[in-house]
Design a protein around this ligand. Structure first.
Ligand code: SF4
Ligand code: SF4
Length: 306
């Protein structure tokens, strides 16, 4: 049935769950996709939260409605925001739409501040600061797809991953976050790139480097690999970087500070404005260095010898 399906994900290069992850990324960009895979129950459950276009799976998983007609299956999947099984002949693919993306507008750093859920200096906070510092001068809406949830130390945890980005300095970000374990973040990112997300960089935060991470970079995306050493602030120039934040003791030099307030966009509860307008670092600081990354004037520095 011509036009019902835009992409088919098939072959042995990736595992069944990885193929489903790629298909989920395509569906997130509002594409209509058919994947040939026998995914695990966990992956299938995660994919239920990633159906924004049409996501068909063949052979039909027993948990899903099963269709012999590809157009009916695609229409059902799209209308009900659920994967659908498909048992018909291999369809002809046809691109028929421009990709759009459902951006979530959320307040940044929900997980990092507020009430009992205060988390100071989360170990991914410097990564977020690097991403923000890299894109703040771009009119871009990055998408960060991560294998790691940003969990606060206290309960309850947030129900989504929060990545702050800004169109321009001083504005609340358009925040796009994708966290769908056990679907691999790099597989989802690959699908999103193939689906045509172009409003900003697609960044995957992966536990380890693998073929999917390499493919993300080849398709124009970016990757932070958590089990490798490296400087995440070099992300846009290097495409694939490791991540090795170091703790230190930080202080503010009020003579260098111009009161621009950029550092406060870290959302860190241990950094507050002082009466003079310069930020003040509170004793709760864990020394993650995220605020220093955001300060272009070098007014937040690691204390000598610390
Ligand atoms: S410490 Fe740096 S980023 Fe923060 S207000 Fe001062 S100059 Fe701006
Ligand atoms: S004050 Fe700065 S260095 Fe300390 S925890 Fe907050 S962001 Fe990290």
């Amino acid at each position: 049935m011509r036009g019902a399906i835009e992409f088919i994900v098939d072959g042995d290069e990736y595992s069944d769950d990885e193929r489903l992850g790629i298909a989920a990324g395509l569906s997130i960009t509002f594409r209509r996709v058919l994947v040939y895979a026998e995914p695990s129950a966990g992956a299938l459950q995660a994919a239920r939260n990633a159906v924004w276009g049409a996501l068909l799976i063949s052979p039909c998983p027993p948990e899903l409605p099963c269709f012999g007609d590809v157009e009916a299956a695609a229409d059902y999947s799209e209308a009900h925001l659920t994967p659908a099984g498909y048992r018909g002949p291999r369809p002809v693919t046809s691109r028929r739409r421009v990709s759009t993306f459902n951006k979530h507008y959320l307040r940044p750093w929900r997980w990092a501040s507020g009430g009992e859920n205060v988390t100071v200096g989360h170990y991914l906070l410097p990564l977020m600061a690097c991403i923000y510092a890299a894109v703040r001068l771009l009119d871009a809406a990055p998408v960060v797809v991560s294998d790691v949830r940003l969990e606060p130390r206290a309960k309850p945890p947030p129900d989504y991953m929060v990545i702050p980005t800004w169109h321009a300095p001083g504005e609340i970000a358009e925040i796009v976050d994708v966290y769908l374990p056990p679907l691999k973040a790099s597989a989802i990112a690959l699908g999103m790139l193939a689906g045509g997300y172009r409003a900003g960089p697609v960044i995957t935060v992966a536990r380890a480097r693998d073929r999917l991470v390499e493919r993300v970079a080849e398709l124009g995306g970016y990757a932070v690999v958590l089990d490798e050493p490296g400087d995440a602030c070099r992300l846009l120039e290097s495409r694939v970087v490791g991540y090795a934040p170091r703790r230190g003791t930080y202080e503010v030099d009020p003579l260098l500070c111009d009161r621009c307030g950029e550092c406060l966009k870290s959302g860190c509860p241990a950094l507050v404005p002082s009466p003079s307008g310069a930020p003040q670092i509170l004793p709760a600081c864990t020394g993650c260095g995220a605020c220093a990354i955001l300060c272009a004037r070098g007014a937040i520095r690691q204390r000598a010898g610390a």
